[in-house]
Design a binder for this molecule. Structure first.
Ligand code: C2E
Ligand code: CA
Ligand code: CA
Length: 688
């Protein structure tokens, strides 16, 4: 309905106007009907009076049959505005006179509504005394009344129009008391719904229903507002919880870097866009070198701090679009997108190596950690994420094997090497049980006296399928998978047992050097284990030399110092293997109870021609002598090397010049020779 769509002001106006108009119409109609009826009634009265006067005046004319005077009497009726027809009938009902003269119609005496509305007719007998001599019929028209009513109606209409305009104006003015609060309420409601500001209130100081409505509206708003506040607080809590979950689900708690889950998602999108747009991307797996040593020696909290520091340092130097994630214990992954060349990734890897060369300061101590990296490119190497990851892992593993703190790009031929690692790994697990491990002994000779001082025990592995495997290949693997512990104990036991057998058999006290891996030294009860094992062979502890590589001594922890001091106090000789290749600081040499330095064979090999090696070797010998240590030269292969070492006062030589590492049965010849020499010497002394 039209009314429904109107604004409240217009609606009110229209309703008022309609109601006023209808009532005024009814009023006008009533007035018109009453006016018509009263006018007609007075007309009837007048006509009756006229008829009486006429009948009295006509009695004479009728009595004397004087039509003429009757006719002239009727003519006078011409002045009456109402009278339409007058007929005088005589006693025989014949027309005696009539007005107007041309009237032919007889009178309509019907009593119907239409005759009531159209005309008035009256009839009156004409009497002389008591005798009726005729009668008079008068017919009058109502036109005059109608024209008066018309004028009245026209005036009324005009008045109504004026009243309507005035009324509309008044309504407009007065309805504001009603519409203003309603419109205000509506506006407030719109404002609330468009701004969601439930703190808004609508002020209306009235005690009517509108006032009630406004109060209700405000109460409703405050209820919503308090619910909203509760809801907001709940929402905030939920958002915080969601963020925390998100953080837990997608970020690593130690480094605050994206975790493996996040990494997989990122990698999926990077690889997809790389394939679609044919651009180069890569994944770089970054594995910390010897992180376990840090964790085991310095504690897990320092390990965690170090992981965080590494993540932070790496993040600092990569492009913002590169994504660094922690995907495992000490394993990070870097996704490099939109590469222009493979060299770009190599450049990043080199930068990471440089970054990692700087020490990390954790709880006031310097910690060094290296990283090995493997890189695999998409789409060059693979387009599937698991394959890319495996490739990068393979390359990283090769990088580790090539000397750690190194990066390597994936090459298809690496697969073979990796397969070999798995084969080695599973075979190594069975090596001890299958008695595939055995020892070779390499003699160590006193340079000045040319006499045997002892042997270094070197482990060998002979596998029926894989053949003879070098310790260079399987010792790092054994360290990685923890097998170095039983292997190391086997070597120590075997070497000491052999040494004790020779001792008992030939009565010579030669030393036996055994290599101790860093993984073994970090065991809490390592000192007790070593003492127990050596004691079980009955070999005196002072005949055992423990060879440690320089890197073990890099962490200057109290535990390491305590262990070495206990070993030294128990009588063991402590020797530093491959000396000169690590980043040793001179200070630790003084702090630790070190008896012997083994000059690395890389310095010995180019003696005496390489001036650098000459300088280094001389410096090591001087340093060792100053600190009261014995010096052993490794890898002595030539007489010239030996001559140089002898000239510079090196104590002991070990190398192919004297002998390769030998099976026990062959090494025994050196013992026999020493025993013979001893016997010979004592015989000479006896003779003398
Ligand atoms: P290393 O402790 O420095 O052992 C010396 C290595 O130099 C031995 O290699 C030996 O065969 C080799 N060598 C000796 N003289 C010469 C020479 O004149 N010229 C050349 N070119 N090489 C010479 P090997 O036996 O292959 O052992 C390699 C490494 O494996 C050892 O280096 C040591 O780090 C490790 N290793 C061997 N046996 C054990 C063991 O029982 N326990 C542990 N933890 N590591 C071991
Ligand atoms: Ca050694
Ligand atoms: Ca060595």
């Amino acid at each position: 309905m039209l009314l429904n769509d109107l604004k409240i002001g217009n609606k009110l106006l229209l309703i008022n106007l309609i109601a006023a108009s209808v009532s005024m119409m009814i009023l006008v109609v009533c007035i018109v009907v009453i006016a018509f009826h009263s006018n007609r009634t007075s007309l009837v009265h007048n006509l009756n009076a006229d008829a009486h006067i006429l009948s009295e005046n006509l009695t004479a004319s009728l009595a004397f049959n004087d039509t003429k005077s009757a006719q002239s009497l009727l003519e006078a009726l011409r002045w009456s505005p109402h009278i339409k027809q007058v007929v005088i009938l005589d006693s025989q009902e014949k027309t005696f006179a009539k007005y107007p003269l041309d009237t032919t119609q007889s009178f309509n005496q019907e009593d119907t509504l239409s005759s009531y509305l159209s005309s008035v007719s009256i009839q009156l007998p004409i009497k002389i005394g008591k005798q009726q001599v005729g009668h008079i019929q008068i017919n009058a028209s109502l036109n005059h009344i109608y024209s008066q009513l018309k004028q009245f109606l026209a005036l009324m209409m005009l008045a109504m129009l004026l009243a309507g305009v005035l009324g509309a104006f008044m309504i407009r003015r007065l309805q504001r008391y009603l519409t203003t609060p309603i419109i205000g309420l509506t506006r407030s409601m719109r404002l609330v719904s468009s701004t969601d500001n439930y703190a808004l209130r609508f002020k209306l100081e009235s005690k009517d229903e509108l006032g009630e409505l406004a109060t209700g509206f405000n109460t409703m708003l405050s209820t919503i507002q308090s619910h909203q506040a509760e809801l907001d607080a709940e929402l905030l809590l939920r958002n915080q919880a969601e963020n925390r979950l998100q953080q837990l689900a997608y970020y690593d708690q130690v480094t605050k870097l994206p975790n493996r889950h996040h990494f997989n998602e990122k990698m999926t999108s990077v690889v997809a866009s790389s394939i679609q747009n044919n651009v180069l991307c890569c994944i770089m797996v970054i594995d910390l070198d010897d992180f376990k040593i840090v964790n085991d020696t310095l504690g897990h909290h320092i390990g965690d701090d170090l992981l965080f520091a590494v993540g932070e340092r790496l993040c600092h130097d990569i492009r913002t679009e590169d994504i660094l994630c922690r995907i495992g214990g000490d394993e990070f992954a870097l996704i490099l997108d939109n590469l222009t060349s493979t060299e770009q990734a190599q450049h990043v890897a080199q930068k990471i190596i440089q970054l990692m060369a700087l020490p990390f300061i954790l709880e006031d101590r310097e910690v060094f950690i290296g990283a090995s990296m493997g890189i695999s490119f998409c789409p060059n190497d693979a387009t599937s994420i698991p394959v890319l990851l495996r490739n990068a892992d393979t390359a990283m593993y090769i990088a580790k094997r090539l000397g750690k703190n190194y990066y390597q790009m994936y090459l298809p031929e690496m697969e073979a090497k990796n397969i070999r690692r798995f084969a080695l790994e599973s075979a190594l697990h069975r090596a001890l049980d299958h008695k595939e491990l055995f020892l070779h002994y390499q003699p160590q000779i006193n340079i000045q006296t040319n006499q045997l001082t002892g042997f270094e025990a070197l482990v060998r592995w002979s596998n029926p399928e894989l053949g003879l495997i070098s310790p260079v290949d399987f010792i790092p693997l054994a360290e990685d998978i923890g097998l170095i512990i039983p292997i190391g104990e086997f070597v120590l036991y075997q070497a000491c047992l052999q040494s004790q057998q020779w001792r008992e058999h030939y009565q010579v006290d030669t030393s036996i050097s055994v290599n101790l891996s860093g993984r073994q030294l970090i065991q809490a009860n390592i000192v007790e284990r070593i003492i127990d094992i050596v004691n079980s062979t009955k070999l005196p502890l002072h005949l055992v030399t423990i060879e440690l590589t320089e890197s073990i001594l890099m962490d200057h922890t109290k535990e390491t110092l305590d262990k070495l001091e206990k070993l030294s106090a128990s009588g063991f000789t402590i020797s530093i293997d491959d000396f000169g290749t690590g980043y040793s600081s001179m200070s630790y040499l003084k702090r630790y109870p070190i008896d012997t330095l083994k000059i690395d064979r890389s310095f010995v090999s180019d003696l005496p021609d390489d001036t650098n090696d000459v300088a280094i070797t001389q410096a090591i010998i001087a340093l060792g002598k100053n600190l009261g240590m014995k010096l052993v030269a490794e890898g002595v292969e030539t007489e010239a090397q030996l001559a140089f070492l002898k000239m510079h006062d090196c104590d002991i030589a070990q190398g192919y010049l004297y002998s390769r590492p030998l099976p026990a049965i062959e090494a025994e010849n050196f013992i026999i020779a020493l025993s013979d020499a001893k016997n010979h010497a004592s015989a000479e002394t006896t003779i003398n």
